[in-house]
Design a protein around this ligand. Sequence first.
Ligand SMILES: Nc1ncnc2c1ncn2[C@@H]1O[C@H](COP(=O)(O)OP(=O)(O)OP(=O)(O)O)[C@@H](O)[C@H]1O
Ligand SMILES: [Mg+2]
Length: 360
Amino acid sequence: MSYISLDGVSKQYGAAWAVDRVAMAIEKTEFVSLLGPSGSGKTTLLRIIAGLEKPTNGRVLIGGEDVTDLPPHKRGVAMVFQEFLLFPHRTVRENLAFPLRMLKLPKTEMDERIDWVLGILSLRGLEGRYPNQLSGGQQQRVALGRGLVGRPKALLLDEPLANLDRELRQEMEVEIRKHQTALGIPFIYVTHNQEEALSMSDRIAVVRNGRIEDFAPRAEIYDRPKTAFIAQFVGRSNRFVGVLKREGATAAIDAGAVALATADRPGLKDGAPVAAYVKNEKIRLRTPETLHAVGANALAATVKHVILRGPYAEYVLTWAAGEMIASRPRAEVEFSAGDAVVAHWDPADVDVFPEKEAAA
Ligand SMILES: Nc1ncnc2c1ncn2[C@@H]1O[C@H](COP(=O)(O)OP(=O)(O)OP(=O)(O)O)[C@@H](O)[C@H]1O
Ligand SMILES: [Mg+2]
């Protein structure tokens, strides 16, 4: 029995289904992200788990109990929102006390809980300040503290880091994951930011049009995308459109200007229109003299420009049929705009899907 179960959960607004037959089972120690584009139904799904929204169909179970008809405060879960929702005219301590007042706890226990949260979130010494006297990161920690102070059975977070700059966001990612591990309760984290989902999660549910496209360990979502949508949405890829050509145990994609070798794709018919994706970091670069030595999936290309991304360089390449991008560690190769290169990659790194699905 999983700790949190969603069983055929749907939500209809007017004629549209914001959440469409979602089934998920989440374990007690898991960090799960709901990752999907804007409007895909992530917030609606989270609000259904929290009890802030009633599903049109389906059941929600928490800790083995059917909570579908319970109001939010009887579910024992807490939610942290994107807009911090701190009370501006109350101090940090008063903000943290707020959720406890609803629980009607004795004063000593309230103080103990607040002290615990101030400690784990490194907020000691700031209890008397007002939100506008805190940095963005400190405000976010108070918001997190408000979620944790009631000792919830699960914490639901809706894009809590969206308003922070990149550096602070990355620090908070590490911190949030640390708290989840220490507390041993599930965190369900909504984001449209793949970096956030990949950095923190055990498993990622990719949400698209109200449905779960795949729910799998993060490395699987990244390395072995199950659908064209996931290949396109997670990571950065080069896309080739063509026709599958099967020869014995191997397959190739005839994309006009190039025939890509690929690992065989059972289930795809010979001659089927396909879209193939190769992640930018799977494209390796060599000098042009080595073209003959590389074998399958080697293209002559020219470096158009180079984008530096810290330890990585993104090479925008032009080749016979257009542009592609190779992302390489700077310690490995160093090419400049105008250089002729060979771009090559492993057939096993080509993800192939029916073109129909990719276009949908
Ligand atoms: N109260 C509502 N009434 C009508 N439609 C709604 C309501 N809430 C959400 N929707 C619609 O449901 C769909 C899903 O919305 P939701 O807020 O869950 O998306 P989201 O994935 O959280 O998007 P974002 O990343 O932009 O926050 C959208 O089409 C939205 O317009
Ligand atoms: Mg949302």
